[in-house]
Design a protein around this ligand. Structure first.
Ligand code: DX5
Length: 238
């Protein structure tokens, strides 16, 4: 892999089509590598790493050491969801640690265009996330500059919450905004409470990246069975 301008490795291509992206927030950290490998064997090519600071969200989760440990053992696309205040100070460290995509929250980025530009300068794909109460229209000016919009379908901070169905209207609005700008490559991601039923609803609304933590790592079956149940729900061929 080639070094990019910030010393990071060359980024992996974003998996295309409708993607089920397991969130490692729900994994067993004693066996994280094994569990990621099990999901990969079932077909997972994109994982989300949920970073929480206890300020922007009322919870603490994982950070750089976990990404640094995971990067060498998987060639999957690693999407870092920064649920933190002042993310600008952590863009380069997460890029160097191996993030392929970094998502920041619109709510904590008064200079969002600058953050998005920096994420791309570091060689990563750029995502912007909006909370359930943030209108899609807040993204109208930044849309042409990002690779992905994350429409939160729960209030950020915890896994295992119930899906907020009202957010599906927002997924549709983001797709409409993207169409107005002819942004055909824009990825629309949902995150929180995604299970086979809500996954299908999300794809119908226009989402193409479905983040699922509990339903993959703490679902009724094995990790592989749980992952495959989600793929069947959105009729994604193996
Ligand atoms: C919320 C987190 C969760 C996690 C997935 O801050 O971002 O949404 O990724 O959670 P569940 O367990 O609901 O799939």
């Amino acid at each position: 892999m080639s070094e990019n301008s910030a010393g990071g490795t060359h980024r992996r291509p974003m998996p295309q089509g409708v993607v089920i992206a397991p969130s490692i927030l729900a994994a067993d950290y004693v066996r994280l590598g094994e569990q990621v490998a099990e999901a990969e064997e079932a077909g997972a090519r994109w994982f989300q790493v949920d970073v929480m600071d206890g300020h922007f969200v009322p919870n603490l989760s994982i950070g750089l050491p976990v990404l640094e440990s995971l990067r060498p053992v998987t060639d999957a696309f690693l999407d870092v969801h920064l649920m933190i205040d002042n993310p600008e100070g952590f863009l380069e460290p997460f890029a160097r640690a191996g993030a392929d995509l970094i998502t920041v929250h619109q709510e904590v980025c008064p200079h969002l265009h600058r953050e998005v530009h920096e994420i791309r300068r570091l060689g990563c794909r750029a995502g912007v996330a909006i909370d359930p109460s943030t209108p899609a229209e807040m993204l109208s000016e930044i849309l042409p500059f990002v690779d992905l919009v994350l429409v939160m379908t729960v209030n950020p901070g915890f896994g295992g919450q119930s899906f907020i169905h009202a957010a599906l209207r927002k997924v549709k609005r983001v797709r409409e905004m993207a169409a107005r700008y002819s942004l055909r490559g824009l990825r629309v991601q949902v995150d929180g409470g995604v299970d086979p039923e809500t996954a299908a609803l999300s794809v119908d609304a226009g989402a193409d990246v479905l983040v699922a933590g509990s339903s993959v790592f703490r679902g009724p079956g094995t990790i592989a069975e749980n992952y495959r149940a989600l793929r069947r729900a959105v009729a994604v061929e193996v």
